[in-house]
Ligand binder design. Structure first.
Ligand code: SAH
Length: 479
């Protein structure tokens, strides 16, 4: 039987009575959702789950004990049948049909006269998805897609617009002018402040914008976004949103194509950074570009590989923006250490092997010389070494010279999280030679410590590890 075409409605249940038949967990979930709408909820069942009893004791719902009887439906607007007994559910549906009360039977579209959609909740903004019962799993997938599209702060934004509706209408009587103003409101600075949780600032900005509803030059801003290690699935929802709103995106070479593909179509993409080989190669050059575009009123996204605050010079760029009075926001990204560890099956800490993790950079001889080698060579810890390919030999030798055993497991993860990822396993003594043999290139992350050996068993992504690692030595557990 093909699904009927449903008529979507949003029901105002505040102060209206609703019956839920069933006393288990499913009923409990339905009651929780109903209570949020302000419905007067009555639950009927022979026995009740604990939370239902607690709600009843607090006076939030009322209970009817016993087997379902048709008179339970008297004076109800809606009924939800949520029992595990198909016969009871059918009886509820039939009785509701006789009394012309809307009924939903959980997980039974054919018995239901109304269905509860999959919901994206940004109250007061609510998006409901239904396949008319044809394919609930598809509805769930669509819900997930929409969920990703809508920032969590949209609810607060809708509530704010509601509070201001009268005033905006009063000040901007022309419909087109009002529409443009509201479009700016929902996509501009006010929305941005709401997103940052700064409602008071949002309201004062709104006051000013309303006062000056004539066209004013837009204020530029910069969002520092961590793009993650390569797999676009690791970009955060906030990062994606920033990419969709950007006028200009200044990105490092390390940022993967897959992530860049998510950017707004007409955003201006500019590659910057050390290896780019363009005129934007110096840090000062990047600062100048940030300033130029922000001052021109653009929304600038500064997109960096991994996380901006982990060996990403994010701090310097923010100091510069702060000094020049440019507004900024920071969206974290999955840093290489976390991503490479995850995608190589190497837990960075482990109760048997490592109590702490250090993120270390070793990008040149000078930085190698200033490292605290004795501290790095102590046991029970994991080292995640960034930019360590060129200095690999010196790093391994340095650790051994300061007392870490040559048999300490170590792993080199090249292009972590990308389809071309390679993992080379070994120990401090043999890893440099193996890395040479396999011609490992940057970007690659070095992980040193007992945990590295676990990659031999726990790898799950892309190609199997090259080389092998010594058995990890289990250390006595502390607690
Ligand atoms: N801000 C970045 C790090 C920049 S430094 C972050 O948080 O990840 C650049 C170094 O990061 C590279 O030399 C390499 O050591 C490491 N790196 C970044 N992406 C990587 C990847 N996909 N695989 C392996 N190492 C990576």
């Amino acid at each position: 039987m093909s699904a009927v075409r449903l008529y979507p409605i949003f029901a105002d249940l505040a102060g209206r009575s609703v019956l839920v038949v069933g006393g288990g967990n499913v009923a409990e979930r339905k009651v929780a959702a109903l209570l949020e709408t302000g419905a007067i909820v009555c639950v009927g069942a022979p026995v009740f789950a604990q939370r239902l009893v607690a709600w009843a004791e607090n006076g939030r719902i009322s209970l009817i004990s016993g087997e379902f009887a048709e008179e339970w439906l008297d004076h109800q607007w809606l009924v939800i049948a949520a029992t595990s007994d198909a016969a009871v559910n059918a009886a509820v549906a039939a009785a509701a049909e006789r009394q012309r009360i809307w009924a939903n039977v959980v997980d039974d579209a054919t018995l239901s006269s109304f269905q509860v959609p999959a919901v994206i909740d940004r109250a007061p903004l609510v998006v409901a998805v239904s396949t008319s019962g044809a394919a609930p799993v598809l509805a769930r997938l669509v819900r997930e897609q929409i969920e990703r599209m809508l920032d969590p702060s949209l609810g607060a934004l809708a509530a704010l617009a509601d509070r201001w509706r009268g005033r905006i209408r009063g000040r901007l009587t022309d419909l087109g002018q009002r529409r443009r103003f509201l479009e700016r409101l929902f996509q501009g600075r006010v929305a941005e402040f709401v997103r940052r949780g700064q409602i008071a600032v949002a309201e004062s900005t709104l006051t000013r914008e309303l006062d000056d509803a004539a066209v004013t030059p837009a204020q530029g801003s910069v969002v520092l976004v961590g793009a993650g290690p390569g797999d676009a699935g690791l970009l955060t929802l906030k990062g994606l949103r920033a990419l969709n709103e950007a006028d200009v995106i200044l990105h490092d070479r390390l940022v993967s194509r897959d992530v860049l593909a998510l950017a707004r179509r007409d955003a201006d993409l500019i590659e910057v950074g050390k290896e780019a080989g363009t005129h934007h190669t110096t840090q000062e050059g990047i600062h100048a570009l940030l300033l130029e575009h922000a001052r021109a009123g653009k929304r600038v996204v500064r997109l960096k590989g991994g996380d901006s605050f982990v060996f990403g010079r994010g701090g310097e760029e923010l100091e510069f923006l702060h000094a020049h009075g440019i507004a900024f926001e920071v969206v974290p990204g999955v840093t290489a250490a976390l991503a490479c560890a995850a995608y190589a099956g190497i837990p960075l800490t482990h109760r048997d092997h490592a109590q702490s993790v250090r993120l270390v950079t070793a990008h040149c001889k000078a930085s190698l010389d200033t490292l605290d080698w004795p501290a790095l060579a102590t046991g029970r810890q994991t080292l995640a070494v960034y930019m360590g390919v060129a200095g690999l030999e010196r790093i391994c030798a340095g650790l051994i010279a300061h007392g870490r055993a040559g048999t300490t497991p170590a792993a080199l993860i090249e292009n972590g999280s990308r389809s071309e990822q390679r993992v080379v396993l070994g120990d401090l003594a043999n890893l440099p030679q193996r890395a040479r043999a396999h011609a490992v290139k940057s970007p690659a992350l070095l992980i040193v410590g007992e945990v590295a050996a676990l990659g031999a068993q726990l790898h799950w992504f892309a190609a199997a590890p090259l080389g092998d690692a010594p058995e990890p030595t289990a250390l006595p557990r502390v607690a």
